[in-house]
Design a protein around this ligand. Structure first.
Ligand SMILES: Cc1cc2nc3c(=O)[nH]c(=O)nc-3n(C[C@H](O)[C@H](O)[C@H](O)COP(=O)(O)OP(=O)(O)OC[C@H]3O[C@@H](n4cnc5c(N)ncnc54)[C@H](O)[C@@H]3O)c2cc1C
Ligand code: SF4
Length: 318
């Protein structure tokens, strides 16, 4: 039961990772009053990802300092419907984020676009191999949107995040050195590809000589100095290798804070609260319309009702 009710906002965002930051920026630009609630701590490149502390492998890679703690909140898993789902006690390959930036702090930054056919996989398999090949109950589906429809949004994200890569297909024209099988894109990547290592060069040469089309993987790791449309700056990657499980100390790995959040913080119609875990989305009497959220304010120990016209669940998407 909430012990405090705060003034109403137009929008409340649950979770401040990539999704929350992107939605926050888009809606703040529309002039809406926005509050983001993040369960974890506040985090910025300085002081949280500073050299040399961020290279502490025991703290970050082994003890998962930047991630959700199963002791506080975990996932349950079962192998079939007859089993009772049991909680994860130790995270494995899925390492959900906890704190401002979410998983976007400790991700790698590989930034592939799906191939056109992947958006209509069920249709493609039926057309190519016949409907009978899909076993009953197999959850193979078309997405309901096409590569063409999503293309402008992919391009926008690549521009905000500053993706390094080499286009393989611009408006239907195959580009030398890129992935010839990618769906048509409207523009080149905002940054040139990262440098290859010597062994990758040898591999690429060998593949090319065999008639294949090696291409650099698209990366959210800056290859050059870059400033995005929000005025956020990235510096060239120094190839330290501490991407996954660590925050980048060099403003080179695209993250919500490096690419969006610092610009978002300057907007008077955006605010955010940390250590604020949303417990429930409250609904109107119709049982459908969200009226706000109840969250636990860890700083005061209170349960708070935050009314809002729009509730965006940006809390977990891995
Ligand atoms: C180790 C790792 C490597 C990855 N590498 C890649 C890669 O190379 N390429 C790629 O495309 N993707 C990669 N991903 C996936 C990608 O990082 C995520 O899909 C993406 O960051 C998700 O962003 P999000 O904002 O949707 O969710 P999240 O980043 O999970 O953010 C959700 C936020 O919500 C908060 N939250 C959760 N519950 C509540 C609550 N009840 N109340 C308040 N706040 C809450 C969390 O603390 C978190 O900060 C990787 C992920 C991980 C973990
Ligand atoms: S400097 Fe480059 S390799 Fe090192 S963490 Fe940042 S993006 Fe990753």
């Amino acid at each position: 039961m909430a012990t405090r009710t705060d003034p109403k906002k137009d929008v409340v965002i649950i979770g401040l990772g990539w999704t929350g930051a992107i939605m926050g920026m888009e809606l703040a630009n529309e002039g809406l009053e926005i509050l983001a609630l993040e369960r974890g701590e506040d985090r910025s490149t300085v002081p949280d990802f500073q050299y040399p502390n961020i290279f502490d492998e025991l703290k970050y890679a082994v003890r998962y300092d930047l991630m959700q703690k199963p002791v506080n909140s975990t996932l349950t898993v079962r192998h079939n419907t007859a089993e009772t789902a049991l909680p994860y006690r130790h995270l494995g390959s899925f390492l959900p984020g906890d704190g401002v930036g979410g998983a976007g702090v400790h991700w790698n930054g590989q930034n592939w676009r799906p191939q056109a056919v992947e958006y209509r996989l069920r249709s493609y398999v039926e057309e190519t191999f016949g409907a009978d090949i899909i076993p009953e109950g197999m959850q193979l589906q078309d997405w309901g949107v096409t590569a063409e429809e999503l293309e402008p949004h992919m391009t926008k994200f690549e521009s905000v995040a500053g993706i390094a890569g080499k286009a393989g297909n611009i408006n239907g024209e195959i580009q030398e050195g890129g992935n010839p099988f990618e769906a048509p894109r409207s523009a080149e990547y905002p940054m040139p590809p990262l440098k290859n290592t010597w062994d990758s060069e040898l591999f690429a040469d060998a593949a090319r000589n065999m008639g294949y089309h090696p291409f650099p993987r698209p990366a959210a790791n800056a290859s050059i100095q870059y400033v995005n449309d929000y005025g956020m700056q990235l510096g060239p990657c120094n190839y330290c290798g501490y991407c996954e499980r660590f925050g980048c100390n060099n403003y080179s790995k695209s993250s919500p804070q490096v690419c969006i959040i610092d610009a978002l913080k300057r907007k008077p119609n955006f605010s955010y609260r940390t250590r604020s875990e949303v417990l429930k989305i409250e609904k109107a009497a119709d049982g459908k319309t969200a009226t706000g959220v109840t969250y636990f304010d860890d700083k005061t120990g209170e349960e708070v009702f935050q009314p809002a016209d729009l509730v965006l669940v940006c809390a977990y998407s891995l």
